[in-house]
Design a protein. Structure first.
Length: 76
């Protein structure tokens, strides 16, 4: 039995696999996730800087504590 030898051009195989890009859908999903994270981060930064520009809320004084009412039975 003879041994067969073949020469394979791996560069051609590599470019064929890259052209198909079996991970293309995963790459697109990750890009979408990355964009969403960036948008969320930007919105958070805008909220943080926007809070400095907000008019400070007027603090209302605490409500007075109700005085104890006498017991209805008269046993105080």
């Amino acid at each position: 039995m003879e041994t067969a030898q073949y020469t394979v051009d791996l560069d051609a195989v590599m470019w064929a696999l890259i052209a198909e890009r079996p991970t293309q859908k995963v790459e697109e999903k990750l890009a979408n996730i990355g964009a969403a994270i960036n948008e969320t981060g930007q919105a958070i930064r805008e909220l943080a800087t926007g809070s400095e520009r907000q008019v400070p809320r007027r603090r209302t004084p605490p409500l007075p504590v109700r005085q104890q009412l006498p017991d209805a039975t008269g046993d105080a």
